[in-house]
Ligand binder design. Sequence first.
Ligand code: SAH
Ligand code: SF4
Length: 353
Amino acid sequence: MNPDEMLEWLGEKDPKKLQGLFKAARACAVAHVGPKVYFRGLIEFSNVCAKNCCYCGIRSGNARVLRYSMPAGEILDCAREAFEMGYGSVVLQAGERQGEDYCRLIEDIIPGIKALSGGKLGITLSLGEQSFATYERWFRAGAHRYLLRIETSNPGLYRSLHPEDHFFEARRNCLRSLKKAGYQTGTGVMIGLPGQTNEDLVNDILFFEREDIDMIGMGPYIPHEETPLAASGQKGNDLTDNLRLGLVMIALTRLRLKDVNITAATALQALDPAGYEQGICAGANIIMPNITPVKYREQYQLYRGKPCLDEDALKCSGCLDRRIRSTGAEIGYREWGDSRHFASRSKVPARPV
Ligand code: SAH
Ligand code: SF4
C-alpha cells in the first residue's frame, strides 16, 4: 500500500470495491494482531480543561458546560465494574490539567486500580500534554499505555484549529517523551476537518509510521455548535462521507502498519448505529466502551450526538458483546491485548493473547 494507492482509495466511493478493501484489512488484522477484539472501559473522569481547542465541546472557553471531577472513590468503582464485566483494561480520560496536586491525584488512583483488580486491569491514560517527569511518574505508578492524538499531522492545519498558545511541535514532542518514558504510545487524527485534504490523511498514516506509533485511534470530526470551529461556518466533509473516510482510514492504516492496535472510535458509532461493527470489519481490533457514570455524560460531549448518553455500563456490555460477535470476531475478555508492534519495537515478548 503506497501513498498513491492510499490516495486513490480515499477517493473511492464504490461500495463493492470498498468491501474488498475492508475484507483485506480485516484479514490483515487477523494475520498480524490475531482474531480477537479487546475492550477497554473508558472513564471520562473530569471535563475540567485548561485548553481551548477550537473544535472541542468541553474547551475551557465554553461557559455552558457544567464542570465536574469525579471523586477518586467513584473512579475506582467504575474500574471495579469494568473488572467485573471482564474488560481487560480501563482508559482514564479527561480534559487537560497540570500541577503537582493533579499529578499526585492520578499517581494515587493508578495503584488503587491495580489493587482492586489484583494487578489484572491494564491502565491506559489519555490526559493530554504533560512534562516528561509527569509521564514518568504515572508510568512508574503502573499505567502502561497513553493516548495522545496529534489531531492532524499537517502543522498549518493544526495551527488553524487551535489558539495561538497550542503548538503542534509540543504535542509531537510529547509523543516522543511518552515513548521514551516506556509507554505503549497511541495517537490519531480527526477525519473530515474543515480544510483537510485526502493528501493530509495519507500524510497522517505516514506520520504514524515515521513516529513508530503502537496504537491508533482515529475518528470522524463531528461539529459541536458551541465551538468556534462550528460557529465559523467552515464546513468539513459531510457526515456520511466522514463515516466512509473513517473506515477507509482504518483499513489503510491496518494494511500499511499491520501490527498496531487500532480502535474503532466512538465517533464512528455516533455517525452510524453499526459504527463499531463496521470499524472491526475494516481492520480495527479495539473498542473503548464508555463506562462513565450516566449522570456525567451529558457534560462530556466533545462533539454532538455521542451515542449511549443514557446507557449504563452493564447494559452497554451485553449489547456490545452480541454486536461484536456478530462480525465473527472473538472478544478477548480479561486480556490486555497489548500492541504487538510495541512488543516487536521494544523486543519485549508480547503478553499472552
Ligand atoms: N484532553 C485530552 C483527552 C480528551 S479529548 C486530549 O485532548 O488529548 C480526546 C479527543 O477527542 C481529542 O484528541 C480529539 O481528537 C477528540 N475530539 C475533540 N473534539 C472533537 C470533535 N468535535 N469531533 C471529533 N472528535 C473530537
Ligand atoms: Fe481539552 Fe482535549 Fe478538548 Fe482540547 S480536545 S479542549 S485538550 S478536552
